[in-house]
Design a protein around this ligand. Structure first.
Ligand code: ATP
Ligand code: MG
Ligand code: FE
Length: 354
């Protein structure tokens, strides 16, 4: 089926068009620049930007795909989780399109969409790391972004997704953004930490690995915590400054990044081992982190786990992944969503469709 997907859960207005598993277009407009001076995504600004970008981004996607709206078989939209006002813009646009075109509408889960991204193939699309070929299930999936840090067990993309664990405080991307800020680096901080860390020593400072002590592992084996790490970096920097010493920014960035990467992969690979699932999929904007991809490749190989990382353009928030999940629902014969559904900012990952 030819499916148009709409994503507006955070700061990206994403319009994707797929035919089954073939990617035809992935148009994105981001409001990140407008949030930068506030040091974080401002929900009201994001919602207004989605409204302004919606029509031009849909038009761009249709032009890129070389199709017309009449040819589209179904509309898919992110129903949640995400920012309520931002989601509502996408949901309203999707309902308007579905009603005016008389096409079925599928409201889907944003997090499961990140996994659906891995199904897509198309001209010039290459995985960022790892295997080319079909996604095999079950797989463990680690989703890491500015808003989420979730470990999933995916048995069936449109029928059976289990939440193994998630962050109990900050998301991994949020930790990057906060630590960047205290090191005086611009927002969003991830790419800047990555750049600065390349010159630093990953072993210079031993920052804490949240929820990895035996007593924590007993209760929170697959959960994450990054707020203690952020505080630890802040205290370390404060002490240096108080002592009148220079802050070795590259070493702090490299050591911090190492701690995040270590915890993420320790827990993800523990899940693979515990559950006997020799497959790990990465998704979300933090996958742009060079060290995360490098250590993931090393440790997965050592553990006999097949690592899959979709192209980075499909790891950050986008409409193609939503269209992909929609196409899977259509192909599996799922009923469309009723037009009365509303955006659900806290939609659990087990609810694949609204
Ligand atoms: P959501 O959580 O709803 O998916 P989001 O907009 O926060 O939305 P993304 O756009 O997928 O998520 O990712 C943005 C996050 O990824 C930011 O926190 C950013 O700092 C982080 N990030 C981007 N590049 C890197 C990098 N190279 N290293 C680490 N983190 C990065
Ligand atoms: Mg984003
Ligand atoms: Fe996302």
């Amino acid at each position: 089926p030819l499916v148009l997907g709409i994503e507006t859960s955070c700061d990206e207005t994403g319009i994707g068009i797929v035919r089954g598993r073939t990617l035809l277009a992935n148009a994105i407009a981001s409001s990140m620049d407008e949030h930068a001076r506030f040091g974080g995504v401002i929900p009201e600004i994001a919602a207004r930007a989605h409204l302004e970008s919606m029509t031009p981004t849909i038009e761009r996607a249709l032009a890129d795909a070389g199709v017309t709206l009449d040819e589209v078989d179904a509309i898919a939209v992110t129903g949640g989780p995400g920012l309520a006002g931002a989601l509502m813009v996408g949901v309203s646009a999707a309902k308007a399109l579905a009603v005016s075109l008389d096409k079925p509408l599928y409201a889907v889960n944003h997090l499961v969409g990140h996994v659906g991204a891995d199904l897509l193939h198309g001209d010039g699309l290459r995985p960022a790391v790892g295997t080319v070929g079909e996604l095999e299930l079950p797989t463990v999936a680690l989703l890491v972004s500015g808003g989420h840090t979730s470990l999933l067990l995916v048995r069936d993309l449109v029928g059976d997704v289990e939440l193994l664990g998630e962050t109990i405080d900050d998301a991994a991307g949020e930790a990057f953004d906060k630590v960047a800020r205290l090191l005086g680096l611009p927002y969003p901080g991830g790419p800047h930490i990555d750049r600065v860390a390349a010159e630093g020593d990953t072993q210079a400072i031993r920052f804490p690995r949240g929820l990895t002590l035996p007593k924590d592992m007993a209760k929170h084996r697959y959960d994450f915590s990054f707020s203690g790490l952020k505080t630890s970096v802040a205290r370390w920097v404060e002490k240096r400054v108080a002592a009148g010493e220079d802050v070795p920014v590259a070493d702090v960035a490299a050591s911090f990044r190492e701690a995040v990467v270590d915890v993420l992969l320790t827990k993800a690979l523990a899940a693979c081992a515990d559950l006997g699932v020799p497959r790990l999929l990465l998704g979300g904007g933090v996958v742009a982190n060079a060290r995360l991809r490098e250590v993931a490749a090393e440790r997965s190989a050592a553990a006999g786990v097949e690592l899959r990382v979709p192209p980075l353009s499909l790891c950050t928030d986008n409409g193609a992944m939503i269209a992909s999940l929609g196409a899977q629902l259509v192909a599996a014969g799922h009923a469309p969503s009723s037009l009365s559904f509303g955006a659900d900012s806290t939609l659990p990952v087990t609810d694949i469709q609204l």
